[in-house]
Ligand binder design. Structure first.
Ligand code: ZN
Length: 141
């Protein structure tokens, strides 16, 4: 089993922090206390734990063969960096988690699903520009 958590480099001091899923609080750098961008890769076994967070969670449903997904993923990561402390990004490879994809009724990807308090609050299908992503997300933060 892979060690639990994700390594996140601090944008301020560069310290690599291991960030574990937690239902309370948001991750900060262990050295300088800067809010860390909370961007994690989930698998079928860790997904439910990862989407349980004190801040809204944006799930990026993607797959390696999906060209548009490769355009959306860097934008989603940027949203995670811009909104450190207020948003968590969870990336899920649907090929490796088909039961979860079915639970969310994923019919096409890229698909972004915003989860608040464990429930879906909104979703956005397809590759869209950063400005539209930001506008879509803003009312939820
Ligand atoms: Zn730091």
């Amino acid at each position: 089993m892979a060690p639990q958590g994700t390594i996140v480099a601090c944008p301020n001091c560069g310290t690599k922090n291991r960030v574990r899923p937690t239902p309370t609080g948001v991750p900060r750098c262990s050295v300088c206390q800067t809010l860390l961008p909370w961007i994690v890769d989930a698998g079928a076994d860790t997904f439910d734990q990862e989407i349980t967070a004190s801040v809204p969670v944006l799930v990026d449903f993607w797959a390696p063969w999906c060209g548009p997904c490769r355009m959306v993923s860097p934008l989603v990561e940027r949203l995670g960096q811009e909104n450190a402390g207020h948003l968590k990004i969870v990336k899920l490879n649907v090929d490796e988690a088909q039961a979860i994809a079915a639970r969310y009724g994923v019919q096409g990807i890229p698909l972004l699903v915003l989860i608040r308090n464990g429930s879906e609050a909104d979703r956005l299908v397809g590759a869209v520009p950063l400005e539209r992503l930001q506008a879509w997300l803003a009312p939820h933060l």
